[in-house]
Design a protein around this ligand. Structure first.
Ligand code: UDP
Ligand code: MN
Length: 300
């Protein structure tokens, strides 16, 4: 029998981006469902770090007041202005944008989708954290996901679950026709690497900060070289870059089980991949986190 003693580094930092939200918007309701599911089941005191704009901050604070009443639980909340962070991380954003944006021209518009890549520079004093999309719903005690940090190796930087659609098979079409034996773009069940999804991201900040290799990878030339090596043109922001890192430097990424980010989007099933979609989408584990991506409803 082991007892899990609380050490200094056992901080339970949770990050979430909550911007461009209007009152009565679906995003506000999604965030409320996320926050209630996180706080109500947690056996540990959560520090909730929210990346917001001015009007979304007011809404987030209002949601969290009701979460506090509903759950009667203690948690801490901290707010960060999205424009402020985008400015601090503009070197990373401009490295990534040409390769992983749907509209590479519009400078600040999708900065938020790249912030996770530089979070170690923002989260000063934190040794580890987990970031969640607001369109997730947690079905278990989040302390169990923090225990997954124990499985990280000395060079592991991030923990992410597999992408459960063939989107990277699609993006890697040219690379895959050049390298017929590659397993990049194959489903996990077939021994492949389908890429990763950034709806749930674990950060081992101390490893990230001391990795010269990682800071090197963020440079514009490195991102250009990596994208060109794999003939990779993405549109999904940070998760495109995590997917490339997962191919080039697999030890940097701990692959979580699909149960920790059970995506629900079935868009690719009806867009050319009907025959193999289920090989990607299948997740036979007991689900711990639902992710209603591409606006998909989450079951109750
Ligand atoms: N997000 C936000 N405001 C926006 C769009 C996105 O705060 O206008 C945040 C939110 O946390 C959201 C995440 O960014 O969950 C990623 O976007 P989304 O979940 O819509 O993408 P998907 O998972 O469907 O690809
Ligand atoms: Mn999402």
């Amino acid at each position: 029998k082991t007892t899990h003693s609380i050490r200094k580094q056992d901080e339970y930092n949770v990050w979430c981006i909550f911007t461009k939200v209007a009152n009565n918007s679906p995003m506000k309701r999604k965030f409320e469902r996320f926050a209630v599911s996180l706080i109500s089941q947690s056996t540990v005191v959560i520090k909730l770090h929210l990346i917001v704009d001015d009007s979304s901050k007011t809404l987030a604070h209002e949601v969290l007041r009701s979460v506090k009443k509903l759950t009667n639980k203690t948690f801490e909340e901290f707010y960060y202005n999205v424009n402020n962070l985008a400015e601090k991380l503009q070197d990373i954003i401009s490295s990534m944008q040409p390769h992983f944006s749907s509209q590479p021209g519009s400078y600040y518009s999708d900065a938020l989708f790249f912030l996770s890549l530089g979070l170690h520079r923002i989260a000063k004093g934190q040794t580890r954290a987990i970031m969640f999309d607001a369109d997730t719903r947690i079905l278990t005690d989040i302390a169990l996901l923090f225990q997954e940090f124990e499985k990280f190796g000395s060079s592991t930087l991030f923990g992410l679950a597999p992408e459960l659609s063939p989107v990277y098979r699609h993006i890697l079409y040219t690379y895959r026709s050049k390298y017929k034996n590659t397993t990049f773009g194959d489903p996990v069940d077939k021994g492949g690497f389908p890429g990763v999804n950034s709806g749930v991201i674990m950060f081992q900040f101390d490893n990230i900060r001391k990795s010269e290799q990682y800071s090197d990878l963020l440079r514009p030339e490195s991102v250009r070289n990596l994208s060109s090596k794999y003939d990779f043109k993405g549109h999904l922001g940070d998760q495109d870059f995590y997917t490339l890192i997962g191919m080039e430097h697999p030890l940097m990424i701990h692959l979580l089980g699909c149960e920790w980010n059970r995506q629900l989007c079935t868009w690719w099933k009806n867009h050319g991949y009907q025959d193999i979609f289920d090989d990607f989408f299948r997740c036979e584990k007991q689900i711990k986190i639902f992710h209603g991506n591409c606006n998909t409803a989450i079951p109750n």
